[in-house]
Ligand binder design. Structure first.
Ligand code: MD3
Ligand code: FE
Length: 210
């Protein structure tokens, strides 16, 4: 690991294009916003194209939201659960993602989609690429809240050696450039308790989808 040591005092480039900003986000600031968003568009288990339940509970905010159903993965302007638009992305979310991206060399990042994932102990997310977005020159900004998780990164193929990265409450990771299309996932979460979030891990991923 090489310390970037430039703009953000405590940031690390884990792999080319993947920078960790430890503790950059604040759970106490974000919790009321997430609570409000989930009152409007609740977290739910989506189905895969093959009809399997995705274990992680998900929702979105922004002008587009990531969905999975019998038609596959895509972004939609309407929440299929409520039949209305996804909640507007709160300004503090936009600012957090924009500042984190800027610190990592991606100026003017304007996310239009924020996928909100809620994990509980025992859940994991298998290796996948995020490639449903229109413009791969735009980064993805990930914000981890609540109980810790071990994240892993592969390369541009699903096989090979994985790099583990432990993510705790408040950690922000920016994936861009050569890291934008890497395969990645989350190892099975261990039981834990967070003073703000209880037994859960929440992850926000900010994207330029459209
Ligand atoms: C690297 N979420 O929602 S965040 C996802 O912790 C997703 O919930 C995981 O993977 C989670 O798609 C990991 C880190 C992440 C997110 C998107 C990426 C890493 C990425 C897109 C491209 C490359
Ligand atoms: Fe992903």
């Amino acid at each position: 690991m090489t310390q970037t040591g430039s703009l953000f005092s405590d940031s690390f480039e884990v792999l080319p294009g993947m920078t960790l900003l430890p503790g950059y986000a604040s759970s106490s600031q974000l919790r009321p916003l997430i609570t409000r968003l989930c009152e409007a568009s609740p977290v739910r288990q989506m189905l895969t194209q093959r009809g399997q339940k995705i274990q992680v509970h998900m929702t979105n905010c922004g002008s587009a939201g990531w969905v999975s159903d019998s038609k596959g993965y895509r972004y939609t302007p309407i929440d299929p659960l409520t039949g209305t638009a996804w909640p507007t992305m709160p300004q503090p979310f936009i600012e957090l993602a924009n500042r984190a991206a800027d610190l990592c060399g991606f100026p003017n990042f304007e996310p239009d989609a924020c996928l909100i994932n809620r994990y509980e102990p025992g859940l994991q997310m298998g290796a996948h690429q995020d490639r449903n977005e229109q413009d791969f020159t735009q980064p993805i900004v990930s914000v981890s809240l609540g109980i810790p998780a071990r994240f892993f990164v592969l390369g541009l193929e699903r096989k090979g050696t994985s790099t583990p990265v432990d993510l705790s409450d408040g950690d922000v990771v920016v994936f861009g450039g050569p890291a934008r299309l890497v395969y990645h996932g989350v190892r099975k979460l261990k039981p834990a308790h967070d003073p703000i979030w209880g037994p859960y891990r929440w992850n926000l991923t900010f994207r330029k989808a459209m």
